[in-house]
Ligand binder design. Structure first.
Ligand SMILES: Cc1cc2nc3c(=O)[nH]c(=O)nc-3n(C[C@H](O)[C@H](O)[C@H](O)COP(=O)(O)OP(=O)(O)OC[C@H]3O[C@@H](n4cnc5c(N)ncnc54)[C@H](O)[C@@H]3O)c2cc1C
Length: 399
């Protein structure tokens, strides 16, 4: 009698309800390009870079060929596309590595987004095309060493106008891409009217601008975060974001990027789930794959349910964003819910791998750690829920 052929097991697929099918053919092709890039160029090398706290510059040439700089913005060389595509690309990146999704989010959504939303036509023409081609990489400097959640209430970095020049002084902390990028969007308080204004700083050539790389992070280790010091940094009025006249204009940029974090948090769970499922299919205990045990299947089903709930939520936010209707509180609820679910999902994935769940080589440990950063950056869980709480009760509980 012939030996029984090994059973063909289902390939792990975290898009259980086929959300990617909602894209049109052209956009699906872009998504597929991103998936191929992430799986062929990033997957093989990312754990090494994560462990070493280093950014994989070697993948940038292939990244540039994706032509996705300025995704979601039309004109000025930006890639355009629907909000569903923007989100699914974020998922596709985060599903392989959350740091790469963050690098792209900081550059394309926070830095380019500030110029696209708050810049004048001249500023858009000058800065967006080279940034869309990834010839110039950007960062977004809002958080300070002493001011995190409270940035709306009182930045300590100051801007003083002297004729056609602004003089910036202060410090920024946690700024992604800052140790190596070319263009920094710096938010500072105008000493004359006390309002927050945005400045485009060519950080590599501007005297008084210095960056120190932040060391010893335990999450998103591939993203290089910097502490920026601005000492009498002189910026021409032409580089002040002409449409950024108060924190409201900063918040407009954050609305879009917060909801992007919802996609990253969803992708993070998808990556952890797929690795965990594959492990469950292969790892034998008591002579059987652990995936055949009921309690392991329960963990996997719970992870998948979290993922699908998050996918439903972020897909709806994309539709609202496409219609120009996405509110701050909707973006905030999505960020809070998906990042909280991400923490739960990745911890179940880590648990499923037993001891191997805490070894970077098995990938899940990386998602487990990175989910912590998603939970806190771009506004902590508490701040998002305070935004929602204010909207639904009519009472502000911020302070
Ligand atoms: C990996 C990473 C990347 C980042 N990248 C950037 C970047 O590129 N650019 C940038 O500008 N910033 C960046 N940040 C900063 C990030 O946005 C801040 O960390 C975040 O806003 C929280 O600020 P904080 O860390 O100073 O915490 P704090 O504001 O000190 O908060 C500490 C705790 O107190 C809670 N809390 C604060 N106020 C209240 C309140 N009123 N009611 C209840 N609870 C409250 C918070 O929820 C939190 O739990 C990054 C952060 C991380 C971790």
């Amino acid at each position: 009698m012939l030996a029984k052929a090994p059973k063909q097991l289902p390939t792990p697929n975290s898009d259980f309800y086929n959300f990617a099918e909602a894209l049109n053919g052209d956009e699906r092709a872009i998504l597929q390009k991103v998936r191929t890039f992430m799986e062929s160029k990033v997957t093989p090398i990312i754990n090494k870079y994560w462990v070493e706290d280093a950014f994989p510059f070697e993948v940038l040439p292939a990244f540039k060929e994706l032509n996705i700089g300025g995704l979601g913005y039309e004109g000025h060389g930006c890639a355009g596309g629907s909000q569903l595509l923007v989100g699914l690309v974020g998922i596709e990146m985060a599903r392989v590595d959350v740091s790469i999704a963050t690098f792209f989010g900081v550059h394309s959504h926070l830095a380019m987004g500030s110029i696209a939303l708050d810049g004048s036509e001249e500023q858009k023409q000058k800065w967006l095309p080279p940034m869309a081609r990834l010839e110039k990489i950007g960062c977004f400097g809002l958080t300070e060493p002493l001011v995190g959640s409270g940035t709306g209430g009182g930045l300590t970095t100051t801007a003083k106008r002297e004729g056609d020049t602004w003089v910036l002084n202060g410090q920024k902390r946690w700024i992604g891409n800052a140790p190596w990028c070319d263009v920094s969007i710096i938010w500072a308080r105008d000493l004359d009217d006390n309002q927050v204004k945005g400045f485009i700083v060519e950080n590599k050539t501007t005297p008084g601008f210095s960056v120190e790389k932040m060391q010893n992070k335990i999450a998103l280790k591939v993203v290089q975060n910097g502490q920026i010091t601005l000492k009498d940094v002189r910026v021409p009025e032409a580089n002040r974001l002409q449409g950024g006249n108060s924190f409201r204009d900063t918040a407009r940029v954050l609305r879009g990027t917060r909801y992007y974090v919802g996609w990253e948090a969803t992708g993070c769970q998808m990556g952890a789930y797929e690795h965990a499922l594959k492990y469950a299919q292969e790892r034998l205990q008591f002579g059987k794959p652990i995936g055949s045990f009921q309690m392991i299947q329960d963990l996997l089903a719970k992870m998948l349910a979290n993922i699908v709930a998050c996918q439903c939520m972020v897909v709806r936010t994309a539709r609202l964003a496409d219609e120009g209707k996405l509110t701050d509180q909707q973006a905030a609820l999505s960020k809070a819910f998906t990042t909280a679910k991400a923490r739960e999902t990745v911890s179940w994935a880590r648990e499923l791998l037993g001891g191997n769940g805490i070894i970077a080589d098995y990938n899940v440990g990386r998602f487990f750690a990175d989910a912590e950063a998603l939970y806190s950056y771009e506004g902590t869980y508490q701040m998002q829920n305070l935004i929602v709480g204010k909207a639904i009760t009519g009472f502000s509980a911020f302070i």
